[in-house]
Design a protein around this ligand. Structure first.
Ligand code: HEM
Length: 226
């Protein structure tokens, strides 16, 4: 190694940074969806909060049933840390907020159903692309999701069941966890073309999430005027 090589700054942008940067606008749009803005401003009634959790259940059902089938996948498997699993927490929250019979009462909206179907289809046909959806949900939950959780605790006076979804009791340091996840993204053997497809897929995931928020916004507004 020459002296020049030893000191040359590395210019390659890690994939995790590209993924974050190239989805920044989509993130901003999701964050400023009317439903999320209303929620953060304390204007979503507790039924609207339960409706959000109900829709999320279908998305996490698709993510986590697919994860069980992909745990042995050489590239995708390491992303699928069971400490992330949210389905049991959502079930406990929905039992508390909607009732033990919530499965009979909560139905996915069209946008939610399409999103869940899309995740299952990717897990079958292009598991590496499935990671894009895993990333937007779980890294989001470990980031801004924490703000959503503390809002729910304050607004609806919920502790434990009701807000379990937002608590990752088994992950001591979300920051360290996210750093490890980013290293997996950086080390995955994806070609530049496949990386570009994964960025596109993450953008699709953000758009599908936003469509779900729009559906929720309409249903909460309809409930309020009913
Ligand atoms: C009120 C709504 C939201 C707020 C306040 C928020 C806030 C944040 C903040 C502050 C970070 C940066 C954390 C860090 O640097 O470690 C972040 C990261 C992230 N958020 Fe959100 N967010 C919101 C909604 C969402 C939604 C709806 C999604 C997608 C479904 C999402 C997905 C993500 C992802 C994937 C990251 C990780 C970016 C990365 O480091 O690669 N967020 N969010």
């Amino acid at each position: 190694m020459t002296a020049h090589e030893a000191t040359a700054p590395t210019t390659a942008v890690p994939f995790s940074a590209r993924l974050r940067d190239e989805t920044r606008d989509d993130h901003e749009r999701a964050e400023s969806s009317p439903f999320i803005v209303a929620y953060m401003a304390g204007r979503v009634p507790v039924d609207g909060y339960a409706a959000l959790q109900g829709q999320l259940w279908f998305v996490y059902d698709a993510l986590e049933t697919s994860a069980r089938q992909l745990r042995e996948h050489p590239v995708v498997g390491p992303f699928l840390d069971p400490r992330l699993d949210r389905l049991a927490s959502l079930d406990a929250d929905l039992r508390r907020r909607v009732g033990d019979d919530w499965r009979d009462r909560v139905r996915p909206g069209d946008a939610t159903r399409a999103h869940a179907e899309h995740i299952r289809e990717l897990a079958r046909t292009w598991p590496d692309g499935y990671v894009a959806h895993h990333y937007i949900r779980y890294l989001g939950d470990l980031s801004g999701g924490r703000a959503l959780g503390s809002k729910a605790r304050k607004l609806y006076q919920l502790e434990d069941d009701g807000v379990r979804f937002y608590r990752f009791d088994e992950i001591e340091s979300p920051k360290e966890f996210k750093d490890g996840y980013r290293r997996l993204l950086d080390d995955a053997p994806w070609s530049p073309e496949e990386q570009a497809r994964i960025v596109d897929e993450a953008r699709t995931g953000f758009r599908m999430t936003q469509a779900m928020f729009e559906e929720l916004d309409r249903s909460v507004a309809a409930g309020a005027s009913a």
